[in-house]
Design a protein around this ligand. Structure first.
Ligand code: PHE
Ligand code: CO
Length: 299
């Protein structure tokens, strides 16, 4: 709950003998910047330097330029209030601090109002290579830069509004919409003049996947297709089996402009596709070898 007056909590998934239990927080918290330790700042610096080096020539030029324009640097964990300035001037988005994962409707409501929730805490040194839930590095380094792009900024707001609507339609509609988020915002690739580039936040905040998504023979790389994506399951515990490639952010915006209500109705009568499927009609940039794929576990 909201703890504006107190120290914010660090909400991580609980690991019990019954498995992983996500913990949700709803309040907005002030970033307790003075409380970050030298270790926290050091984790930010290590991750920032490692990813920036890796991402030059791999992430979309737009993404890297936006990080610089916002004044993100490796030196220390940025203050949300500093990042907010450039962001607000560019596209009118603001950042809000949160303690961990938000319930779906709260998350959609923030996006619909051009507020991006950023987890206030950063992972521990032993979590530098992998962490289950979003932390400050994933949210701020991975998600926030593209909010500087006017078209992508509008897409995120439209997604939030669409989420509120899908929530009212039902659980199946939300599943379809979540797949769109996953395969664009989190794991999207974009075609730049000089080749495929990363724009998905789940990729740019991961060393292994930043290399895998572009250089490995294993995954499929397939052209963006809205309904195809909304029917496709995905991986939450391994690298993706399939990445979808957009030509531009404008393509993403145009394709998602129409009302999804009839699409949800149509998809409700159709089966989903496995995460690694290649279908007739796909625009295939690369057909994955499937090497190393788990045979089950698509969600
Ligand atoms: N057009 C979508 C709808 O009617 C809203 C949306 C836009 C969803 C962009 C996702 C991304 O639900
Ligand atoms: Co994310």
């Amino acid at each position: 709950m909201g703890r504006m007056d107190n120290k914010p909590a660090r909400l991580e998934n609980l690991h019990t003998d019954k498995g992983k239990v996500p913990v949700y927080a709803t309040g907005i918290v002030a970033q307790p910047w003075d409380d970050y330790t030298a270790t926290d700042h050091d984790v930010w610096r290590r991750l920032y330097e490692r990813q920036r080096t890796l991402l030059i020539g791999r992430a979309s030029d737009e993404f890297l330029a936006a990080q610089d324009a916002m004044g993100m640097t490796p030196d220390r964990i940025p203050k949300f209030s500093d990042m907010d300035q450039a962001l607000h001037d560019a596209t009118g988005w603001t950042l809000v601090g949160v303690e961990g994962l938000l319930p779906e409707l709260d998350f959609f409501d923030h996006l619909a109002n051009r507020r991006f929730p950023v987890t206030w805490w950063i992972r521990r040194p032993d979590q530098v290579d992998y962490i289950e839930e979003p932390d400050l590095f994933h949210d701020l380094f991975g998600h926030v830069p593209l909010l500087m792009n006017p078209v992508f900024a509008d897409y995120m707001q439209a997604y939030g509004r669409g989420g509120v609507k899908a929530h009212g339609i039902g659980a199946d509609a939300l599943v379809n919409l979540t797949r769109l988020y996953w395969y664009t915002v989190e794991f999207g690739l974009i075609r730049q003049k000089d080749g495929l580039r990363i724009y998905g936040s789940g990729i740019v905040s991961s060393k292994g996947e930043s290399i895998h998504c572009l250089e490995s023979d294993a995954p499929n790389r397939i052209g963006f297709d809205l309904e195809r994506i909304m029917r496709t399951r995905y991986r939450i515990d391994t690298f993706q089996k399939t990445y979808f490639v957009i030509d531009s952010f404008a393509q993403l915006m145009d394709a998602t402009g129409p009302d999804f209500t009839p699409i949800y109705a149509r998809l409700a009568t159709q089966d989903s596709h496995p995460a690694g499927a290649v279908l007739d009609g796909d625009r295939v940039f690369h057909r994955g070898s499937g090497e190393g794929w788990a045979s089950d576990g698509d969600v």
